[in-house]
Design a protein around this ligand. Sequence first.
Ligand code: ADP
Length: 309
Amino acid sequence: MRWLFVAAIVTSNLVKEYGSFRALDDVALSIDQGDLFCLLGPNGAGKSTLIRILTGLIKPTSGDVNVSGMDLKTEAKQVREKVGLISERVILYDRLSPFENLLFFASMLRMDRKSAVERIHLLLEKVGMSDWKDKPVRIFSTGMKQRVNFVRALLHEPSILFMDEPTLGLDPQSTRTIRNMVKELNESGVTIVLTTHIMSEAEHIAKSVGIMHKGKLVSSGRIEDIRSSLNKDQVIVTINGTPSISLKGIDGYLSESRLNGVVKINFQQGCTIEDILPRILQMKLEVIDIEHKRPSLEDVFVELTGENS
Ligand code: ADP
């Protein structure tokens, strides 16, 4: 039987031990094709170890990894042809220009020279480095180097791009360029898996997230689904006037604040508007606003790991 839909990445029972230390503990991860997946977690959670295993750089102690339908154990070479990796460590020769560097890497990938030159020009243009293509890399800022490094990882048109803290320590312009390119690549169908410890970065660009803590994948899925599963939404109802009756009798009442002739009533987490509204209407209160506060990714993270990011 042929599968109609092949996931980009599936791992099961994945374990990595360094001596007696377990850096990855029974990780079962599934990432859809075309996803933009952010792996979140504090330093030491195991994010880089996972990325290094998924790209074939290191071997797991036990467990299985499947990339685009291929088993990493038996088809490592084919997997490497499909994936690209950008990490914080920039792999470029300082004495050479971006153009020379990229041509060198293209020849290692056995690309033919004409299409390599075309692709290098196109990608350098996209990352705003065309004017610098013939200058030695050694004079570049970290952000400029990372933009060229980004092009290097895209030369062989990978269908899955892994990025390990790609914007760590970069200037705002380089960060913006890389984020825009990530979005553009993802829109053109490339699956993106990136690690970050910056919640706001994930919240802005991710379609799905995985939260790692002490080697375990404690939650993964679409951001909205993870938020809902926490059952921590909060409803705030504003009513007109300052009623003389006590509002504490409304089921789920938490607290209230009175200001400028209105009352804001905060309800306990998990109370839905359907629970609350009948009683409010029965009390003949005039509702002028209903606010629905969802937990931020930061709230989700703290709830699941007990740590601040
Ligand atoms: P993250 O990327 O989330 O910061 P890492 O995957 O780099 O986490 O590290 C996870 C844990 O494994 C850390 O405690 C780290 O010290 C340990 N670790 C990573 N690489 C090695 C190694 N080569 N030898 C021993 N311990 C390692």
